[in-house]
Design a protein around this ligand. Structure first.
Ligand code: RIB
Ligand code: CA
Length: 314
């Protein structure tokens, strides 16, 4: 089996952290590097957190890069109210010792795509799309070399989570999102419509603790912290574990359903800026630029997570 080469672009974020762990636990995936972007928390913290996660997984060899520290066209909006002041609240882990790479994240993305054979590298953005859009703008030649972009972001039937209309990753940098959705790169979109069906549970957090490993304890602590916001807001029994759905789709696409549709990013709306206008019923006649997911086998998803995270032992 040839492992799928990916780059995770991320704003850790407890759910980002679980996505990184899932990728590191899966031999089907070759994680070429982690590129950090400002989002849930400012860039210095996302860079810190990504390295904490790599060291927790026993993988200080994974190159971690610092990327863009603000959106392309508006001030940064962060989400400490969800993720805590560090962005990784809920588990007490040591400060990272592994280095940050000297290259800028955008240069790493460009250089990797130019070096690797065309169509062999998948980008997995699970935060605002600033780094990805900046790379595409600086090096348009990379677009046809990208195998696929598998991103967590957007919403349609589930509507917004940071505004009534917009999901956080898209809302933080709508101009970047518009550029990515218009780039003509094969695109899989994991929206809130899916992630809000992938809710953590007390039983699953108990299963994580029962692993008896540092990873299991950290994931349980992160989710216990992370879920308080969504449980209070939505009155749900758990929290949506958003970002690992992207990696799970790569590993087990049969767990998900979706359709090829047109998705545009609203940039002008007074109340709808950052909305993903998803033509689920294909009424617009606009080009189908995204495989937009709509359903998930949540039991299968969490079973996959448990089986893979159990592999990460000291
Ligand atoms: O709206 C959910 C997304 O915003 C997730 O990627 C979460 O980590 C935050 O970045
Ligand atoms: Ca994220």
């Amino acid at each position: 089996m040839t492992a799928r080469k990916i780059i995770i672009d991320t704003d850790p974020g407890q759910d980002d952290a679980v996505a990184i762990l899932l990728a590191l636990a899966s031999p089907e995936i070759a994680l070429l590097g982690i590129t950090c972007v400002a989002g849930n928390v400012p860039l210095p913290l996302t860079v810190r957190n990504a390295r904490i996660v790599c060291e927790l997984a026993g993988r200080p060899d994974i190159p971690v890069f610092a990327g863009c520290d603000r959106p392309v066209a508006q001030p940064l909006v962060t989400a400490e109210h969800v993720h805590g002041n560090t962005g990784l609240d809920g588990a007490d882990l040591p400060e990272p010792m592994m280095p940050v790479q000297a290259a800028h994240a955008v240069d790493f993305i460009i250089d990797t795509l130019r070096r690797e054979p065309p169509g062999t590298v998948t980008l997995c953005p699970i935060g605002p799309l600033t780094n990805i859009a900046t790379a595409l703008a600086r090096a348009p030649d990379i677009a046809p070399r990208i195998a696929r972009i598998v991103l967590m972001g957007g919403a349609y039937f589930e509507v917004g989570n940071i505004t009534p209309a917009a999901e956080f990753n898209i809302f933080v940098d709508p101009e970047a999102a518009a550029a990515v959705f218009a780039a003509g790169v094969p695109l899989t979109v994991v929206p809130l419509d899916v992630t809000h069906k992938a809710l953590t549970s007390a039983a699953w957090l108990g299963a994580m603790r029962s692993l008896g490993t540092p990873v299991g304890r950290a994931v349980a602590g992160w989710c216990n912290f992370f879920e308080r916001f969504d449980k209070e807001k939505y009155g749900s029994q758990g929290a949506p574990l958003h970002d690992p759905c992207t990696i799970a789709w790569l590993l087990a696409p049969h767990l998900f359903t979706g359709r090829e549709i047109n998705v545009e990013i609203e940039l002008q709306g007074t109340f709808t800026r950052g909305m993903t206008v998803a033509d689920w019923w294909r009424v617009s006649g606009r080009p189908r630029n995204a495989f937009f997911l709509g359903g998930v086998d949540a039991q299968g998803y969490f079973a996959l997570l448990t089986e893979r995270l159990a592999r990460l032992v000291p």
